[in-house]
Write a protein that binds this ligand. Structure first.
Ligand code: GDP
Length: 332
């Protein structure tokens, strides 16, 4: 599907994003605003802008980083970001914060975080979008990711708080998902119980400087726990590292593993296969959301939805019968 020629203003936006000149930062901010807008006309424009940029995307490595509040995510990302920029890379940090859509404020959106990284020309830090449910937040983050890739950023870091659903969502949009853990058995157990460890491609025990011995023990225990899980790829044994984000120790070792992951997965064809799977899952998410919205806004549904919902709640009709009748009403 060839994109339509864009209106002049949007073409200017696209050109500025691709040009990597001094106007790029402002253009990126503007495009993000467009993507995050809830106006129907803005959304249509955002889709066209993204379609035009699509051929320029896909070259960055997408890394997800998760961990409970206080595990050291921002300290780690700041250290990693600076390390990567010193190595000649450009880094975008995107946050996915499920709390932001509920409270309007957020755990991750705090502007004082990652202070030194914020000031670097080669970094762009975008707080979590605050509108919409988690699905919407993830959606906008995916789109923002494409913008940054088109703008020539080499590494996209997607950060999320460790509170369940958001991790699965982030794992579904990145190439590699890393989990930041604290040296504390309770924390490990929680992650294993919640099934989060199964989606991790890399596990990091942070704050190893506090107690080196305990960190080493936690590393061994986690390595052994991981052998009992079915690996996502038979070509990748999930590494467990100990680091100190604060002391900036273990950062190059972490990046070596990321590079090794990319090379290993690319060689087996799994890298591209995962991206293709993710793109299709993304499409289906959007279809599901769109169909749901169409259904809710359909005049035939509006009339009956309230009544039938009440009937189901009061046990006067079965959920199956009510759903069937509502779905039937939009077919006519
Ligand atoms: P986040 O909530 O996951 O983003 O965690 P932060 O990065 O804000 O870190 C929480 C606290 O842990 C801060 O006071 C950090 O200075 C501290 N911290 C982070 N990494 C380390 C580390 O490697 N060692 C030590 N000792 N403290 C750390």
């Amino acid at each position: 599907m060839a994109p339509q020629p864009l209106p002049a203003a949007d073409q200017k936006l696209v050109d500025a994003i691709l040009a990597r000149g001094p106007a790029q930062r402002r253009a990126l901010a503007k495009a993000i605003t467009l993507i995050e807008s809830t106006r129907v006309d803005h959304q249509a424009r955002a889709r066209e802008v993204l379609a035009t940029l699509l051929p320029h995307t896909g070259r960055a490595i997408r890394v997800g980083i998760s961990g409970v509040p206080g595990s050291g995510k921002s300290t780690f990302i700041e250290a990693l970001g600076n390390f990567l920029i010193d190595g000649g890379k450009r880094v975008a940090v995107l946050a996915v914060d499920p709390s932001s859509s509920v409270s309007g404020g957020s755990i991750l959106g705090d502007k004082t975080r990652m202070e030194s990284l914020c000031q670097r020309e080669e970094a762009f830090i975008r707080p979590s979008p605050t509108s919409g449910a988690l699905g919407g937040v993830a959606e906008k983050t995916r789109e923002a990711m494409l913008l940054f890739e088109a703008a020539g950023f080499d590494v996209i870091i997607v950060e999320t708080v460790g509170v369940g659903q958001s991790e699965t969502m982030v794992a579904g949009m990145v190439d590699l998902f890393a989990l930041l853990q604290l040296v504390n058995a309770g924390d490990d157990l929680q992650t294993i119980k919640k099934g989060i460890i199964e989606i991790a491609d890399l596990v990091l025990f942070n704050k190893a400087d506090i107690d080196e011995k305990a960190a080493h023990l936690a590393q061994l225990q986690m390595t052994s726990a991981l052998t009992m899980l079915r690996p996502a790829s038979r070509n990748w044994k999930v590494p467990v590292l100990t680091i100190s984000a604060l002391a900036r120790r273990g950062i190059p070792a972490f990046w070596d593993e990321v590079e090794r992951y990319r090379a290993t997965m690319a060689e087996s064809g799994e890298f591209e296969a995962k991206r293709r799977r993710q793109a299709l899952a993304w499409m289906w998410n959007m279809i599901d959301a769109g169909v749901r919205q169409y259904f809710r806004q359909h005049p035939a549904v509006g009339a009956e939805l309230a009544q039938l919902s009440q009937a189901v709640a009061e046990g006067r009709t079965t959920p199956g019968a009510a759903a069937h009748r509502l779905l039937d009403s939009i077919k006519q």
